[in-house]
Design a protein around this ligand. Sequence first.
Ligand SMILES: [Fe+2]
Ligand SMILES: [Fe+2]
Length: 173
Amino acid sequence: MVKVSLVNILIADHRRLEGMFERCLDSHTRRDQEELVDKIIKTLAVHTMIEEEHVFPLLKELNKDDALEAYEEHHAIKVLVDELMNCKCDHDTVRAKVKVLGEIMEHHHEEEEKKLFPMLIESDFDLFDVGREMLEHKNDLERHVHIAISALHEEIAAGPCAASSKSKCAFAA
Ligand SMILES: [Fe+2]
Ligand SMILES: [Fe+2]
């Protein structure tokens, strides 16, 4: 099996997501838009879940405040994803919602790639080992994406303190 660092896996996911946002914003038919929104929702549900389970616990050991902020950014992203999931608005309104989410994602990717991932690269963690476990989990979740979607719904239903309580749990671990 080829060894891939968790950082490379996540960055490839970021580029894939950004491509989906671009194609979604360029879509002219409701059907194309719906298909791409569905892809974005599923990809984001899996991506945020694997980061929170495999990456953020490492980050919290390196910098607690940065990790806490990352959990909160994920929470804000999930609020918008949840809204998109339930949205029955017209094409232009959905496009505007996707645009706002895309801009938040762009900021979040920049934070991860310029600040958080370099911290991991400089650390002593075995990023190939964690990468292998994370990839297995990612592949599994992609086959059973409802697990990631349900977790996202549950977090939003649990209210605004869900992300903080989750990160506190992680800090307590
Ligand atoms: Fe990410
Ligand atoms: Fe993230």
